[in-house]
Design a protein around this ligand. Structure first.
Ligand SMILES: C/C=C/C(=O)SCCNC(=O)CCNC(=O)[C@H](O)C(C)(C)COP(=O)(O)OP(=O)(O)OC[C@H]1O[C@@H](n2cnc3c(N)ncnc32)[C@H](O)[C@@H]1OP(=O)(O)O
Length: 649
């Protein structure tokens, strides 16, 4: 029976994945034993962990010392020793079924009965691996991405016999080490991420094999026109061309001839000095935006969306899980379900049908689920439903929000894989939330960034070349919605707050930052200027000279300087941060709502009026407020020497 209290972890294999997983487990507070067959490999793995922890310590990214964390890690070559008291065993030995089976059979013999046995395989079947044990119900896939400490995603994969109890315990463990798990509910080859990601590279390789594209054209189009972080050939070179090759051939699927040829010639990508690009004797990756030509981006995206539909239709994963998987595991700007809903599933289906007709290849055959959606008229966002249902409560993918009993609306920008940088969807979601929320229920709004690295590093730069300039200009509306929201707003800044990040903060009424935060307007480094209001809001806040210096020089500085310049209200020590924000929010929550709303309007609008007109606005508001119940309550409380209880009337 799986144990839901994991205290001790054993990691088998001290290579790049194994030592990374062991480091992660130790960072999460677990006692870990790392084991490999050879003393030298174990020592190397241990030293790699030591080096990495020291780097994290130097960068101030860990709360404990590297030595303390290292103190939780033991190393051995003895498998029985490593697993005998482990509650969770994670295998990260070479990707060969025989080696995995031998390992699991020995682990089964020596690990406690309650232990969960996990495999980090990325391409083998969990069910096959589990069958080497007498407890297949306690065997689960835990597919970490490389490097495990940096990459946020872990796929938690069911084998045929895996019990819910085991999968749930594994899922919770992943959360306990601060990673994001997604369930892969069936043991399908490639799990979720690779099922959708591999065609990104493969479709381009088929097109190259058929002389339908060039390497640079495909890479430039997917990066600059569609916003992917790397082009398909660049990604293939980066990850290793042999990896994708084995992935296809293991599952008896045809391999594009250009890939076969590269593997035969040992041109495996960056690691061998040559792949689709030449790294040793050439300039390496070298495409430019103008190389994009007429590459058929929809062809690749349609195949990926078809794969995503196949996963959903076969209950392997939900659209949310697929999209999180691709964002965190593939660094995609958005998941393929969301992208499909934006493109229009009817357009995707039509594309697949025409490709299927032209080439007759199985990979173009539209999956049943996609056909069903389109037949029912659920063709995506414009139709109100596609992979996601946009009709009643449209989903929020990039912000988390909560309205508590005191009326504090907490909005968390959550795109940690890209430093909470703001995509079009994030802009839209913030705006939609503020427009849809019942203002009477809200006493104040607090914006913050998810994770511990950034409030927001700005607008998503990768979208700049892919988006229509008119859409980029529209971002301004969200900032104005925040600025005009009729309740006090607070920016709670911890970490990078750059570009659109500081612009969101400037649209808030009060800004409070941890001392270590970095604040700035780096847009000129990108050849643009702030587009979300910073030039205008900053000049009103800190004056012309400082605004010009900041914007012209693309300056970034710490919170102390931001406080000195008047950009943030308070720069606060890390330890005191939550309390300080809490004090401010408490004051806003207990303040008189009608008066605060009036004060905000008069202060905002008065800045654009003449002093005379602004004073008149103030006087008028004062007079109106003097007739409210809140004023009576304020005066009564003063006379009776008690705290006022404002009702907002
Ligand atoms: C109208 C508004 C306009 C604007 O806002 S323009 C944008 C202004 N902002 C910037 O120019 C800041 C850009 N970002 C950075 O300079 C750096 O990041 C930081 C200094 C914030 C952090 O650096 P480090 O600690 O080395 O992290 P990392 O590896 O650069 O970032 C982690 C991942 O986040 C992605 N990322 C960060 N900021 C953005 C962004 N603004 N747009 C898109 N992606 C971003 C990276 O690329 C990377 O991703 P991967 O791990 O896949 O390599």
């Amino acid at each position: 029976m799986a144990n839901d209290t994991v205290e001790r972890v054993a990691v088998l294999g001290a290579g790049s994945m194994g030592h990374g997983i062991a480091e992660l487990a130790a960072l999460g507070g677990y006692d870990v034993t790392i084991r490999d067959i050879d003393e030298e490999i174990v020592t190397e793995g241990y030293e790699n962990i030591e080096w990495s922890l020291e780097k994290l310590e130097e960068k101030g990214r860990i709360d404990e010392s590297a030595d303390e964390i290292l103190g939780r890690i033991g190393a051995t070559t003895d498998l029985a020793d490593a697993v005998s008291d482990a509650d969770l065993v994670i295998e990260a030995v070479p990707e060969q079924l025989e080696i995995k089976e031998d390992t699991f059979s020995s682990v089964d013999e020596h690990a406690p009965d309650h232990a969960i046995l996990a495999s980090n395989t990325s391409s083998l079947s969990i069910s096959d691996i589990a069958s080497a044990t007498d407890r297949p119900d306690q065997v689960v896939g835990l597919h970490f991405f490389n490097p495990p400490v940096k990459m946020d995603l872990v796929e938690v994969t069911y084998g045929e016999a895996t019990s819910d109890e085991t999968a749930e315990a594994a899922y919770e463990w992943v959360e306990s080490v601060d990673k994001t798990p997604i369930y892969v509910r069936k043991d399908v080859h490639g799990f979720v991420v690779n099922t959708v990601l591999v065609p990104f590279m493969e479709e381009a390789a088929w097109m190259l094999s058929n002389d339908e594209t060039t390497i640079r054209e495909a890479d430039a189009a997917m990066v600059y026109e569609r916003g992917y972080p790397m082009g398909p050939f660049e990604l293939n070179d980066f990850g290793g061309i042999d990896i994708g090759y084995h992935f296809r051939s293991e599952s008896d699927q045809p391999v594009p001839p250009v890939v076969e040829e590269k593997v035969e010639n040992d041109h495996l990508g960056k690691k061998s000095g040559k792949g689709f690009y030449d790294y040793d004797d050439g300039d390496g990756v070298g495409y430019k935006p103008e190389d994009a030509g007429s590459y058929d981006t929809l062809r690749t995206e349609a195949v990926m969306i078809n794969k995503a539909a196949w996963l959903v239709g076969n209950d392997v994963a939900t659209p949310e899980e697929i999209d999180i998987g691709l964002r965190l595991g593939g660094s995609f700007p958005e998941g393929m379900c969301r992208r499909g809903d934006r493109i229009g599933l009817d357009i995707v289906l039509e594309k697949l049908e025409s490709l299927y007709e032209e080439y007759g290849e199985q990979r173009y055959e539209p999956t049943d689920y996609l056909v069903e959606l389109v037949e029912e008229g659920w063709t995506g966002e414009d139709a109100g439903k596609g992979f996601y249902d946009y009709r009643v409560e449209p989903p929020y993918h990039y912000i988390n929000w909560e309205l508590d009993d005191d009326g504090v609306l907490e909005v968390e920008l959550d795109r940690q894989e890209r430093m909470n940088s703001m995509s079009d969807d994030m802009f839209m979601e913030i705006e939609r939330l503020l427009n849809d929320v019942d203002v009477d229920e809200v006493s104040c709004v607090v914006f913050e960034g998810a994770g511990d690295r950034a409030f927001s590093s700005g607008a998503d730069i990768t979208g700049f070349t892919a988006d229509d300039p008119a859409e980029i200009m529209d971002v301004d509306e969200m900032f104005q919605t925040v600025y005009e929201f009729p309740r006090p707003t607070v920016a709670k800044i911890d970490g990078f707050c750059l570009g659109a990040g500081i612009e969101l903060a400037l649209a808030c009424d009060i800004r409070i930052a941890t001392e270590d935060s970095t604040i700035g307007t780096p847009e000129t480094n990108l050849g643009v200027i702030p587009g979300g209001g910073a030039t205008q809001r900053l000049v009103r806040l800190i004056g012309e000279g400082r605004t010009k210096e900041m914007v012209f020089r693309g300056m970034q500085f710490d919170a102390a300087q931001a406080e000195e310049w008047g950009i943030v209200n308070h720069a606060v020590d890390d330890e005191a941060f939550e309390d300080r924000v809490g004090e401010i929010v408490d004051d806003l929550v207990s303040g008189p709502p009608v008066a605060l709303k009036a004060a905000k309007r008069v202060i905002n609008d008065g800045q654009d009026a003449s002093l005379k007109a602004a004073l008149a606005m103030e006087k008028q508001s004062f007079a109106v407020l003097a007739t409210t119940d809140d004023m009576l309550e304020g005066v009564t409380a003063f006379r009776r020497n008690r705290e006022p209880q404002f009702e907002g009337e």
